[in-house]
Design a protein around this ligand. Structure first.
Ligand SMILES: Cc1cc2nc3c(=O)[nH]c(=O)nc-3n(C[C@H](O)[C@H](O)[C@H](O)COP(=O)(O)OP(=O)(O)OC[C@H]3O[C@@H](n4cnc5c(N)ncnc54)[C@H](O)[C@@H]3O)c2cc1C
Length: 635
């Protein structure tokens, strides 16, 4: 941890827009406990990255210290109206919207530290994975036999962010709403008020499309500019991306805007980004209101349970473990809202005695309400298909690109490279025009450049690079049939839960994925790709030598051996009406049978949207805020 010691925040220090503080030294009068994690990300920290880190941390327009709310202590004896648990994607939205009412006191509690400065750089977007800012969850092998991630004995790795911004601190920033039919299906499952027509305005309320092209296009036709979430294209993309779109066009795919009912095709995706920096809901929703007296953000506080009166089943506060390891209690008058994500929220509910009675009894927790918490666990799933192009793979993160970024906030550091290109495709199993495959592409990105010199190769050597650059295409099933579950490992709230995703228990998921592989392989046969000599890596995986390379049987083997577990975990506190035996929360997001507890994050999805989920999570949090305002304003 590195502390920048500065005097307390003045409201006049707080800018509505961080870019307005660009070049100003005045904002550096503020205090912010920054986290340095590049050493872990890089193994040992090269001098060049140490320099970059010091530069970024010292720049107030990037580190933004005056607009950080996170504190490790709470004043003794304070009471709150609402306690929100988890400052990831959903938590900051609710904290902002509820504290809009100046009469309500709101506390947002987060297990991790404030959002570090370095996560703001899109060019090293995924560096916080596997550091102290990641919960580093590992799944359990499917019983009785492993069905996926066979290369690692059936154990898949699930990174989840542990910081203000949550998994948003290590996500790819892609902003996609998902197909309207997914939400219509939620409504058909008995979730009154959740059809696309009824929720569309929550997307619109959040969005702030920035590029002129977006504002003009029909994509955001009904969205007025001015929502908190900046949506833009990155200011930089590799030349290869446009040719990739041409190749897709050649194969008959639609290219350009993909949204709403027209989601199928290839595009350079819209991103949550502002002035070249990572867009997170903490940046967009919390920082502009850092001056509010009725909003507190408590960091490094692990919530162990919601306090529920065992006679009345009414929630009245939370118990948490603070930074020093001390158990503490904080109470509220109105509601506890769980936004701790698809693993954190169900874990906290079960620790509180809300969950499957048989399981809770086994781990020694007294049941307050018997509910199927932790069921319906599902996730998208992918496989990486290695390819290469004729291009010298020089580092994109160089001293020149650092200078360009610092001067203009443009260049490769303001972008995630080829990851900004995506495709949505329909397999032969898809219905109603809902794409069931998404393709991600990786390439032209950096992790830990060592020298900053433009002729640095991927292994850190200068000059004599190989002549081919690796590109990975990742077809991903986004309408999955498989369902898993999670359980507590023990009654200890600090023990990670047992996660059983059961990948590919449904054969349909693997068949869809094979079709996705064939679709990406077809790209290698296009004229547009001749220019780059895009080639499939045909070296068979040693575990799949028993199958002919390129046959369905070979691909099925590869999928199970080298499973890409994706990061869109959902459904563990499923939303459904009274009478739905698999439901945990009702369509008002209230936990069935427990008063004054709601859940408002990816865990309430009855079915995960067929796209990256952050847009949908923001929509859920926006709607939750209205439900809460309606409930308590009436009171
Ligand atoms: C590498 C990667 C790339 C991704 N790219 C994209 C993308 O481009 N676009 C997209 O839409 N999605 C993407 N995602 C997925 C997306 O980031 C997640 O779906 C989303 O962040 C989930 O939001 P959430 O609010 O439900 O949970 P989280 O963001 O995980 O937030 C939960 C918060 O609660 C806190 N918490 C948990 N337990 C406790 C506790 N007991 N006490 C206190 N606090 C607690 C956590 O520390 C965390 O801050 C990506 C994910 C990963 C890992």
């Amino acid at each position: 941890m590195r502390t920048v010691p500065l005097p307390p925040i003045e409201s006049s220090d707080v800018m509505a827009d961080p870019f307005s503080s660009f070049g100003s030294s005045g904002c550096c009068q503020c205090k912010f406990e920054d986290t340095s994690y590049m050493g872990t990300a890089c193994g040992s920290l090269p001098a060049f990255m140490m320099l970059v880190q010091s530069l970024m941390m010292a720049r107030c327009d990037i580190s933004d210290p005056c607009r950080r709310l996170g504190r490790n202590e709470l004043p003794e004896g304070e009471w709150y109206d609402f306690i929100i648990v988890g400052a990831g994607v959903a938590g900051p939205v609710l904290a902002r919207r509820l504290s809009d009412n100046p009469w309500w006191k709101v506390l947002l509690v987060e297990a991790g530290p404030e959002e570090p400065t370095m996560t703001a750089l899109p060019g090293i977007a995924f560096n916080a994975v596997n550091t102290a800012l990641d919960w580093k969850y590992l799944t359990e092998p499917t019983q009785p036999h492993p069905t996926a991630c066979l290369e690692s004995a059936g154990v898949c790795s699930w990174p989840r962010g542990k910081m203000v911004s949550g998994t948003g601190g290590l996500y790819g920033m892609m902003y996609v709403r998902g197909h309207p039919e997914v939400y219509n299906k939620w409504a058909r499952m008995g979730n009154v008020g959740w059809s696309y027509n009824e929720i569309e305005h929550y997307f619109e309320r959040a969005e702030n499309p920035k590029s002129a092209e977006m504002v003009r296009s029909s994509k955001f036709a009904r969205t007025r500019e001015g929502g908190p979430v900046y949506i833009d294209h990155f200011p930089h993309k590799p030349d290869f991306s446009e040719d990739l779109l041409s190749a897709a066009k050649e194969l008959g795919h639609r290219t350009g805007w993909l949204n709403g009912y027209n989601q199928t095709g290839f595009m350079v995706a819209p991103m949550m980004t502002q002035h070249g920096l990572r867009g997170t809901t903490s940046r967009f929703y919390l920082r502009p209101v850092a001056y509010r007296k009725n909003l507190r953000v408590l960091t490094n506080a692990h919530v162990s349970k919601v306090l529920v009166n065992k006679w009345t089943s009414v929630a009245y506060g939370i118990e948490f473990i603070d930074k020093t390891g001390r158990k503490r209690v904080v109470k509220c008058d109105k509601e506890v809202i769980l936004t701790a994500g698809a693993i954190g929220s169900p874990q906290i509910l079960m620790q509180s005695g809300v969950g499957p009675k048989e399981h809770l009894t086994k781990v020694g927790i007294r049941t307050i309400k018997d509910l199927p918490v932790g069921g319906n666990l599902h996730n998208h799933v992918s496989v990486g298909i290695r390819m290469s192009i004729n291009d010298t793979p020089y580092e994109t993160f160089t001293l020149d690109s650092v200078n360009e970024f610092l001067e203009n906030r443009t260049g490769s550091i303001a972008s995630t490279g080829l990851t900004q290109v995506t495709a949505f495709l329909e397999s032969s199993y898809s219905a109603m025009g809902v794409p069931d495959l998404q393709v991600f592409f990786d390439g032209f990105s950096s992790k830990c450049p060592r020298t900053g010199i433009p002729t640095e190769c991927p292994d850190g050597v200068l000059g004599a690079c190989p002549t081919r650059r690796e590109i990975v295409a990742r077809p991903t099933v986004v309408v999955t049939e498989t369902r898993g579950y999670m359980k507590l490992r023990s009654a200890d709230p600090l023990d990670p839960p047992l996660l059983y995703p059961n990948y590919f228990q449904s054969d349909k998921d693997i068949k869809i994925l094979v079709q996705g592989i064939k679709a990406v392989v077809r790209l290698t046969q296009t004229t547009a790709m001749k220019k780059w000599d895009l080639q499939l890596d045909t070296k068979p995986h040693p575990w799949c030598l028993g199958y002919h390379f390129g046959t369905d049987a070979y691909w099925e083997c590869l999928i199970r051996v080298q499973t890409g577990p994706e990061n869109h975990q959902s459904g563990t506190c499923k939303m459904g009406p009274v009478g739905d035996p698999s439901a945990v929360v009702d369509p008002q997001l209230r936990v069935h049978g427990v008063t004054n507890v709601r859940v408002a994050d990816a865990s309430i999805f009855p079915i995960v949207p067929n796209s990256n989920p952050v847009a949908a999570i923001i929509m859920v949090a926006e709607k939750a805020a209205d439900l809460i305002h309606d409930a308590w304003n009436y009171e």
